[in-house]
Design a protein around this ligand. Structure first.
Ligand code: ADP
Ligand code: ZN
Length: 520
């Protein structure tokens, strides 16, 4: 059988050899076993079910939430001579009838289908009258209620086992920590499944995270110096910022396109198609863009805003360098990002239990930003791989971060927050520390506070850096009402009582770490 598989690999897909663990996965799936495959983006998951689809009798059913990408996949497969179709809400009535007829006639190797469509009684009936090769459940982490991509329909997929006993099932995802893997196994009833968990390391991606200082100009410099002709993705949090940034880059000679959920379906599909087929396009996008995008030569992924979790950061940056060649994951972030995300989180209607999880996820992102040791080590440790050596291919490895003893500054900052009643935002508190001659301060009598003017040894930017690090490390909390009011947390006691010293990152105003020429 594996000889046959290798021949198909060469003749149909045009590849010379399997990547580990594709061959083992394919052997087992073709042999009728259930499997869970966790492989990083770009690892080659699709082949794990596409090839068994050709090896086994009947049609392989691929469940995917990514309706927008199905048609692309079907077209790509057709070019290889594989008979594929898709069923989802975007498919016309005629097209649907044709696909269903092909299915009945046994003329489809693969059927891509959205979960809600699959679960309709009508579809289930149709499928039970058809010989099926296998079920592939793509983006299987969507079954996890605590994940960042929960899709309620996915929970219903557990019914497949009962309804189609004997049809092997493979669940695939790029992001699942141990807990999520367990959830997938339980909720999809994959108890007998063999697990293939591949390492998370993407050695060709160089991670860099720095402080915002006129973010758009920083981005422009990064693109001009390092990626003037390359394809890449720039992630922003809001639609407006996507539009602004795309326009900004176009004005400066880049071929940039916007992508966000506020654009019409047609325009989104059009921009995505151009990104996939043309060279050197920069996609400026919200997180609405990217899941399942298969473009091997994306040379950079830039973040102008903080992602909400390490999973999201890893998944988004993982779209770079799928061809294995050097690629950049570049991010800048600032105090406002931290405050904004905290506010969104605290102000949301989510149940407390979920907020708690989201808080922890955000802490982990901030931890990644603020560490002074290897970024990759931290990332991989988050996914349970604790035994990696410093990588030599991230900013902190390439140019060790200078630190300073910020204990005294932190104490001043915390007292200024406390003395002014924990009712003000960061700019006001910095005004107090600097002893600014402002009306707002005098109105409140803040020029009489003992902390007034005690911070003249640092400038405003240095103070912002101190506050950012204090917020990031959880020594200061931010209210959820949208005013950015700071308050002390339990965690800052040690510092206030002089029981704890605090090492802070020394921020260079020149941002030298953001130009490759300065990297040894
Ligand atoms: P994933 O779904 O895991 O993100 P894909 O299945 O889209 O990854 O594959 C990523 C890239 O690797 C694609 O361009 C694909 O054509 C290529 N690829 C997959 N398997 C092999 C192989 N055995 N040899 C060479 N290239 C491969
Ligand atoms: Zn490193």
């Amino acid at each position: 059988m594996m000889e046959h598989a290798l021949r198909l690999l060469k003749d149909v897909f045009g590849y010379d050899q399997f990547r580990a663990p594709q061959d083992e996965v394919i052997r087992r799936l073709a042999g009728g076993q259930d499997l869970l495959v966790v492989m990083p983006t770009g690892g080659g998951k699709s082949l794990c079910y596409q090839l068994p689809a050709l090896l086994r009798e009947g049609t392989a059913v691929v469940v995917s939430p990514l309706i927008a990408l199905m048609q692309d996949q079907v077209s790509a497969l057709s070019q290889w001579g594989i008979r594929a179709g898709c069923l989802n809400s975007a498919v016309s009535f005629d097209e649907r009838s044709r696909t269903e007829q092909a299915l009945r006639n046994g003329e489809l190797d693969l059927l891509y289908i959205a979960p809600e469509r699959l679960l309709q009684p009508r579809t289930l009936d149709l499928l039970s009258q058809t010989p099926l090769a296998l079920f592939a459940i793509d983006e299987a982490h969507c079954v996890s209620q605590w994940g960042h991509d929960f899709r309620p329909e996915y929970l219903q997929l557990s019914r497949l086992r009962e309804r189609f006993p004997g049809v092997p099932r493979i669940a695939l995802t790029a992001t699942a920590d141990g807990r999520t893997q367990q959830e997938i196994v339980e909720r999809l009833e994959l108890n007998q499944a063999t697990r293939f968990i591949q390492g998370f390391d993407r050695p060709n991606i160089r991670y860099r995270i720095g402080q915002k200082d006129k973010a758009k100009d920083q981005l422009l410099r990064f693109l001009r110096d390092e990626h003037p002709q390359d394809a890449g993705v720039v992630y922003c949090l809001s639609r407006k910022k996507v539009e602004d940034t795309a326009a900004f880059l176009c004005e400066r000679g880049f071929n940039a396109l916007p992508y966000h959920a506020g654009l019409s379906t047609e325009l989104r599909a059009h921009n995505q198609h151009r990104f996939l087929t043309e060279e050197g396009l920069v996609m400026v996008a919200t997180i609405a863009f990217g899941m399942g995008i298969d473009k091997p030569n994306v040379r950079f992924v830039a973040h102008l805003d903080l992602p909400k979790s390490i999973e999201a950061y890893y998944q988004e940056t993982g779209r770079a360098g799928r061809d294995g060649l050097p690629a950049d994951a570049w991010m800048v972030y600032g105090l406002q990002d931290v405050i904004f995300l905290r506010q969104m989180l605290e102000g949301s209607q989510a149940p407390e239990q979920q907020k708690q999880i989201e808080r922890q996820k955000l802490e982990a992102v901030l931890g990644l930003c603020e560490i002074t040791s290897c970024r990759r080590q931290t990332l991989l440790a988050y996914f349970g791989e604790a035994d990696h050596a410093p990588c030599g291919n991230c900013d902190t490895c390439l140019e060790p971060v200078p630190v300073w003893d910020g204990t005294e500054a932190a104490r001043k900052a915390l007292s200024a927050v406390y003395r002014s009643g924990q009712r003000f935002g960061v700019n006001h508190v910095i005004d107090i520390l600097l002893g600014s001659n402002s009306e707002k301060l005098r109105e409140r009598g803040h020029e009489r506070l003992s902390t007034f003017g005690i911070g003249k040894d640092l400038d405003r930017n240095q103070w912002r850096s101190v506050f950012r690090q204090l917020v990031a490390r959880g020594f200061l909390g931010v209210d959820g009402q949208g005013h950015g009011v700071l308050h002390l947390t339990e965690a800052c006691r040690g510092v206030l009582r002089s029981e704890q010293t605090l090492e802070l990152r020394l921020e260079s105003r020149t941002q030298s770490r953001f130009t490759r020429s300065s990297v040894p």
